[in-house]
Design a protein. Structure first.
Length: 292
């Protein structure tokens, strides 16, 4: 059985300051597997002379900027320990692949090459559940302040909802696990909105998840979700409170492109209408996601 809270972290690439930005993906394990596969000689034979600078790794083939940066980081780190050639190979092979997961979580894999919204800074360390709650809570508070004539802080960073707030996971109907499941479902439906995830694409996604060491239970769950028809009704039915509606919309924003393409924009417009979001609240949620 999957843990919906952990899966939400994996989808968003959130959940901790020391490497948990990979959403639970074990980059060390990936690199170790690469060492075993690529090392044609012992580490001692590959290691540069004492005092030699760490080599820069080549960019990952076809990789985006995030993957290129990560491949260089990997190459430098490993090159200093195992040698220029091996460090470069590992940086190139794993930089682009792991870079996508580190930059935006598993949802970046679900969306293929599309640019996604990336959380950064302090909000990234909250974990996915708290991060979405912080975004929705901050947006709701700013929207209410605007309605009452108060000046809402421009681009204020998301803040965690206080205990007792309807945006706090412990107060949500069903508790944190039910909330996480709702947000996971909303993100997957948003990722499928353009209708490009066919049987072939599902196979590609699952193969990439396996290469990254994602557990078989999560892969099976995502495969089943991706195989289902697009079900916006199922997403809307879960919005049993105004706060849940705001969080569902925030999670859907995070799952789509940055900025969303025409199809993503159309889906968000339909979702906002079905959730009965006030236009001002919708704008506040979009601003809060942008500032995250």
């Amino acid at each position: 059985m999957i843990d919906p809270r952990k899966l939400l972290d994996q989808l968003l690439g959130a959940g901790g300051e020391k490497g948990a930005a990979a959403g639970g993906l074990d980059l060390g394990k990936v690199l170790q597997q690469g060492l075993e596969a690529l090392s044609g000689s012992s580490p001692a034979e590959n290691r540069p002379a004492a005092g030699a600078p760490a080599p820069a790794a080549p960019a990952a083939p076809g990789g985006a900027a995030a993957g290129d940066d990560l491949s260089a980081t990997i190459g430098n780190a490993i090159g200093g320990k195992f040698g220029t050639e091996l460090g470069g190979k590992l940086g190139a092979q794993f930089g682009g692949l792991a870079g996508g997961a580190l930059a935006g979580g598993l949802v970046s894999i679900l969306l293929g090459n599309k640019s996604i919204r990336k959380m950064s800074g302090k909000v990234l360390t909250y974990g996915g559940l708290a991060a979405v709650g912080a975004i929705a809570y901050t947006a709701y508070r700013n929207w209410q302040a605007g309605k009452s004539g108060e000046a809402a802080p421009a681009a204020a960073p998301p803040q965690l909802p206080p205990p007792g707030s309807p945006f706090h996971p412990d107060v949500t109907p069903g508790g944190p696990a039910a909330l996480a499941e709702t947000l996971v479902h909303a993100m997957i439906v948003a990722a499928k909105a353009d209708g490009t995830i066919d049987e072939h694409e599902r196979g590609r996604i699952l193969a990439q998840l396996e290469r990254l060491g994602v557990g078989s239970d999560v892969r099976a769950f995502l495969d089943a979700e991706l195989a289902r028809p697009l079900d916006i009704d199922g997403v809307v039915k879960r919005a049993t409170t105004p706060e849940l509606a705001a969080e569902i919309y925030a999670a859907s924003l995070l799952a789509l492109g940055s900025p969303p393409d025409a199809v993503g924009t159309a889906y968000l417009t339909l979702l906002a209408a079905r959730l009965r979001l006030d236009p001002g609240l919708r704008s506040a949620l979009e601003a809060a996601v942008a500032s995250a």
